[in-house]
Write a protein that binds this ligand. Sequence first.
Ligand code: HEB
Length: 726
Amino acid sequence: SGKSESKCPFFGGEQKVTAGSGTRNRDWWPNELKLNILRQNTVKSNPMGEDFNYAEAFNSIDFKNLKNEVMELLTHSQDWWPADYGHYGPFMIRMAWHSAGTYRVGDGRGGASTGNQRFAPLNSWPDNGNLDKARLLLWPVKKKYGKHVSWADLLILAGNCALESMGFETFGFAGGREDIWEPEQDIYWGSEREWLGNQERYKNEELEGQLGAAHMGLIYVNPEGPNGKPDPHGSAIDIKETFGRMAMNDEETVALIAGGHTFGKAHGAANPDEYLSAEPAGATIEEMSTGWKNSFGTGVLDDAITSGIEGAWTPNPTQWDHDYFDVLLNYDWELTQSPAGAHQWQPTEASQARMAPRAGDSSKKQSLMMTTADMALKLDPTYLEISKRFHKDHKAFEEVFARAWYKLTHRDMGPVSRYLGPEVPKEELLWQDPIPAVNYTLSKADVVSLKNLISNSGLSISQLVRTAWASASTYRGSDMRGGANGGRIRLAPQKDWEVNNPKELAKVLEVYGDIQKNYKGSVSIADLIVLGGSLGVEEAAKNAGYIVEVPFSGGRGDASQEQTDVDSFSYLEPQADGFRNYLKPGLSVSSEDLLVDKANLLTLTVPEMTVLVGGLRVLGANYDGSKHGVFTEKVGHLTNDFFSNILDFRYTWKASSDDDALFSGSERKTGMATFTGTRADLIFGSNTELRAIAEVYGADDAHEKFVNDFVAAWVKVMNLDRFDLK
Ligand code: HEB
């Protein structure tokens, strides 16, 4: 058979001398700034072109037909990967769940909204074993609908169809997920170099960073238990942590696991190490992007190997029923091993348990099983209480499962206004961060009179700009939450974040409140804040000798505290905001890396990030009003001083704090102290790519370009969450 491309990603393969190969900068200097994350999925990767409008394409299809075709496919078994029990439903649910389940609320990254399961590493994670086949089964439908339905939408729709086809009533479905065309480079999946191997991700028993899985290569937790130890209590701890990081509470967690495992089976007919070929990304070329080729027996149905665990959870694995809690709670379970050697649990003799049909022949029977993770739902006291309640009250279980599934699969799609199709539920849900619609429009004249009111209010350019930035920059492109719309900067938790300088913010908000009261028409505080920011930028440009108009689009609503999930919003609090020179104390990550991380969440390009930092500094937008990075004598003038000064080699810099976080500059010749700066400032002179951009803006011919580019980037940030404008 053909030679594997590089089975071991770190040590394998021959030396290649083709273009793009060889030792890279990242190999020489592993701490290199990851600017690559600001240029992902550009038009150069996207075959659809810039004019493609997915919403229009999706809305033009007959959704009912699409659904019927997916439903049909579920019960038409294919020879090349026959369906267990003649029904692909359970398989599709697992695929959809694994597509959505990578979401983590910490940074909003991961999740179902991009179709990233098509690409490595996800397509090759051991936890996604054999899902290559699930996607291939959908190809005929995908082929038929082409650009009109994205993979990302289809994977979730298939999960919904599967649930419905087996008798479960789902809460709803929305389309609107646009496919990406290359794997994401920004998502931190962990540092380990081995699937399911030694965990480097626990530091002081805490899961590192925003990670949402207990192991490299898993969506959540090891089914056999922590580190493969069949310890249900330990498993419960891992489940709480990882499902919590997906923003699921205990009740939702129990419902999801029990609901999911009401269907289907686990596959562990024999030892995977002995019979499975490489995962898709490491497989031979003739396997055509599939992997895990199984040489045991027929390789399919009852000979299939996926997780290594073997058996079904319930006696009727293709039917929605209340058997999961029935068997979990009514039988006694003992530890055993699958034919593949995996730890799992089986009913004791004395339980006289019912059996499940064999996947390939329903006239034959096989013992039920539970994974260690399932046993957590019985042995953890909190979970047990919920399990018992759901066992008694099937309706409640159905309701919680339906809503949790909907949340799981739609959570990273942004506001409801982005949801497409006829099955979008009417009900507004708290996790969707609802914002009331506005009932006013602002004419040009209205905007002028509002600007006059703000202008006469005594707020400084710094205050105007800082507040608008604080409001808009909570946006994260990862799950399309946050942003200026909703005016949530008035509310907990945002109003109390250190980065927002709560005392000063309260004063500014009071002034805006007065303006709102004195204004004859209607206007939201959310709009006032952004308008104030625009005004501040215009004034600063005027101070620098440029008359510009900062485009303003009114129409933001003010959300109420009741419409705001404080816990869930607390994840939007920045650890650092290099644009305002803010860094939470005690972080082990450097501020320039966090600046790029934030720029990525704000969907900024490298030039946009650069021009914004340079502009915000001279506007005096630092969160605490500090002078760091304010390389100008004329604060409040939109000049390119930040760039011209940082590039000026008349000045020399040295660290002024032990942790190399602060620096002081002085005149090389005289030793006279000049400026102070943070790493988020000096990086624009130090990093050669950023320096190259700084040179553009710092040049003598760039004053006007600087102002125009700053305004464009500023407006982009102010409108990031204005899906109604796009
Ligand atoms: Fe699951 C399957 C684990 C959750 C749904 N899972 C399965 C398996 C395992 C598991 C191991 C087997 C695989 C094979 O094939 O072999 N899960 C698990 C864990 C968890 C879970 C550990 C956490 C705790 N699931 C879940 C959820 C859901 C699910 C949440 C939904 C909702 N799963 C599922 C299904 C299945 C599974 C449906 C079946 C598939 C077939 O049949 O194919």
